[in-house]
Design a binder for this molecule. Structure first.
Ligand code: 13P
Length: 243
């Protein structure tokens, strides 16, 4: 069975005071039947990893090179050196606002693995693509071109139109996409493909988490807004643990 994972993506939110939320989240995570990951802004990765050892810490992005003259960038090795165990790559905000392509995402995932980080590879369709009946085609196309050669990664299906909007696809549509992702991964990686965790992301809240986690090939969630406070995130962690 794939590991059950609930990951919080804090995006460009969080100052040192936010570590109090992280500590509260880590206390709640202690006896749960799932892995909890928080991806704070890079400025907090080191401190977050120092504050506790129950949950794991992740980066939100990394460069595709190990080292060099890339002002402002952060390498996968630097994140690992700061205590991160995971890194999100190919988030739709990176793809749309910074022009990241599937081949760049694949290089980032590959260097993350080489740096002992588990990449969380994101794919998802736009609303126009969903309306045109192309959602499955788009996510399979993007995942095929974004995954590295080794199966040690996590996939997050995040429909772009569901991010931060309060909208989610129907349970039928989530199931359909996740089943298609699982088939692609088992075709590509055989038995190892059955063990890759598939997360759903986009407006996950305590009110919808239980029905989303009931889908057979949903192994957890990548959560944005509702991961910023322990009050909102802990019930989602409980839903996954109990699923
Ligand atoms: P929201 O949970 O705020 O919709 O964000 C989802 C997301 O983009 C996580 O990476």
């Amino acid at each position: 069975m794939p590991a059950k994972i609930v990951a919080g993506n804090w995006k460009m939110n969080g100052l040192h005071g936010s570590l109090n939320e992280l500590i509260a989240i880590s206390i709640a995570a202690k006896n749960l039947n799932c892995t909890t990951v928080i991806c704070p802004p890079a400025t907090l990765v080191w401190a977050a990893a120092q504050t506790q050892d129950i949950i794991s810490v992740g980066g939100q992005d990394c460069h595709d090179k190990a080292i060099g003259a890339y002002t402002g960038e952060i390498s996968a090795g630097m994140l690992a050196d700061s205590g991160a165990k995971y890194v999100i790559v190919g988030h739709s905000e990176r793809r749309s606002e910074y022009g990241e392509t599937n081949s760049l995402v694949k290089r980032k995932a590959t260097i993350a693995q080489a740096s002992d980080l588990t990449p969380i590879i994101c794919v998802g369709e736009t609303l126009d693509e969903r309306k045109a009946g192309r959602a499955i085609e788009i996510v399979l196309r993007d995942l095929t071109a974004s995954v590295p050669g080794v199966s040690d990664f996590i996939v997050a299906y995040e429909p772009i139109w569901a991010i931060g909007t309060g909208l989610i696809p129907s349970i039928h549509d989530i199931t359909e996409i996740h089943d298609a992702l699982r088939n692609l991964l088992t075709d590509r990686f055989n038995l190892a493909g059955e063990k890759i965790s598939l997360l759903y992301g986009g407006s996950v809240k305590s009110s919808n988490a239980t029905e989303i986690f009931a889908c057979i090939n949903v192994n957890g969630a990548l959560v944005g807004g509702a991961s910023l406070t322990a009050r909102d995130f802990i019930p989602i962690m409980h839903s996954l643990s109990n699923s």
